[in-house]
Design a binder for this molecule. Structure first.
Ligand code: TRP
Length: 445
């Protein structure tokens, strides 16, 4: 039986719980995810990445506080915990369990090339230190934990900032390695980059970031918001002089909150020589208009942490309804299974394998990746030429399994019929395979 939730596109993203949410987090992550969560055609998974927080922060009180603040911000901004999966990463023990399974199919060399790890190594090298000085294994393993977050819930789309694209690519890599070894269990995710979401500049004009200490908290009093906005850097042009919108942090922040029409009006005011004090007042009023209605809800949640705890636990229970059976399936796939069931399954697969066609993937001495489709008697029905990566080969197989006629046309010379084999033989074999896969999937539900 296919349920609604298995049909919908699954969108998943997390926020690391190391700090107090600022306007950059709001514009870049919180607001777009809340908007996306209202799309009924998708199923949202939004979580607090507190295991990831441990990699960057060793202050327990800060992690606890940040988890509360981010959860409250998300809900104050309109995330409906009943309409989505909303949970805390560390409430899902299946995630660290999956992390280990993925660790065992992840090349160490790939992790060596992760940007964050490489940046630390480069810094150490430049300073003449040991390359791994002050690098924890946690930092090194960051992408694997993130892969587990994503693959655990078979997410299709992962909205992230540009700096995270490499991590999604790594998650895809882990998924295809796992599938290659153990069968098609994991879904290959895709990064979603919101082109329209600009990087918000901070008070000093650089990207708004806690590490630059240039942030404006999302939730502070009106008075404090006003005071912080008055500290945004501007040039020294006097009132009456025309101002440049380009490179103006104030203008860019305004743009992230205002409509196109409002933005045009401010651009015109810049050209007409608006004074910086007046421009700051306009910015303050615009942001406050959006944030003020959320403040009461935020305060209420912050002052009732037990309520937030309960909501998150409820969310985790809901998420684990998916995670618990899935990790069981994955454990079974890799051989962590009842010794009795292993014996029966073994004979079971052997007989069923003997009766069904199968794709075989392999690597040749030329370093390329190949596959063939063989019938139960071992006759080659299809033979591929070399693919550059196992992922490419896997994708061709997936295409064939989905729609062989279309795939054969699309793959052209890359896949050929075996000796004395007709297209009808192939179609028949793939139909058998498809029925089997469908039955297997049914058995899992
Ligand atoms: N690494 C992400 C960040 O720093 C946070 C994160 C953790 C995440 N796990 C994730 C994002 C899974 C998307 C999906 O922004």
């Amino acid at each position: 039986m296919t349920t609604d939730s298995t049909q919908r596109t699954r969108v998943l993203t997390g926020i690391t719980t190391t700090g107090t949410p600022h306007l950059g987090n709001y514009v870049g992550a919180i607001r777009p995810t809340v908007q996306a969560s209202r799309n009924k055609a998708t199923q949202g998974f939004y979580f607090l990445a507190d295991y990831h927080a441990l990699i960057k922060c060793d202050d327990p009180a800060r992690i606890q506080r940040s988890t509360l603040e981010i959860a409250a911000s998300w809900m104050a901004a309109g995330l409906d915990p009943d309409g989505v999966m909303f949970y805390r990463q560390s409430d899902i023990p299946e995630i660290p369990e999956l992390t280990w399974l993925l660790t065992c199919v992840t090349g160490k060399g790939m992790l060596n090339r992760a940007h964050a790890y490489k940046a630390s190594v480069d810094k150490n090298n430049a300073a003449g230190n040991d390359p791994d000085a002050d690098v924890t294994a946690g930092l090194f393993m960051y992408p694997v934990l993130m892969g587990a977050d994503i693959l655990m819930f078979k997410a299709h789309k992962v909205p992230v900032g540009r700096d995270q694209i490499q991590h999604i690519e790594m998650a895809r890599d882990m998924a295809s390695s796992f599938n290659h070894l153990y069968g098609e269990h994991l879904v290959l995710p895709e990064a979603v980059i919101e082109e329209s979401v600009a990087l918000l500049p901070g008070l000093d004009g650089r990207k708004m970031s806690k590490s630059y200490d240039n942030t404006i908290p999302l939730f502070s009093s009106s008075a404090q918001l006003k005071k912080l906005i008055s500290g945004i850097v501007t040039d020294s042009r006097a009132p009456g002089e025309a101002k440049d919108t380009e490179g103006s942090a104030l203008f860019q922040i305004y743009q992230a909150f205002a409509s196109a029409e409002e933005t045009n009006t401010l651009a015109k005011a810049y050209a007409d020589g608006i004074g910086w004090g007046d421009a700051k007042q306009i910015l303050f009023e615009r942001i406050d208009r959006e944030v003020a209605p959320m403040r009461a809800k935020y305060e209420e949640l912050i002052n009732n942490p037990a309520t937030v705890d309960a909501l998150l636990l409820k969310g985790a229970a809901k998420a684990r309804e998916l995670a618990t059976p899935f990790i069981k399936e994955l454990r079974h796939a890799v051989g962590l299974r009842s010794l009795a069931s292993a014996a029966t399954t073994q004979t079971g697969t052997k007989t069923s394998r003997a009766a069904s066609p199968a794709f075989k993937q392999y690597r040749e001495k030329d370093g390329q990746f190949y596959f063939k489709l063989v019938d139960p008697q071992g006759r080659v029905l299809l033979q591929s030429l070399g693919f550059a990566s196992p992922k490419d080969a896997g994708m061709a197989i997936a295409q064939l399994q989905q729609d062989d006629a279309k795939a054969m046309a699309a793959l052209g010379q890359q896949v050929g019929l075996g000796d004395g084999v007709s297209a009808a033989n192939v179609a028949e074999a793939l139909a058998t395979l498809r029925t089997e896969l469908a039955e297997k999937a049914k058995g899992k539900e």
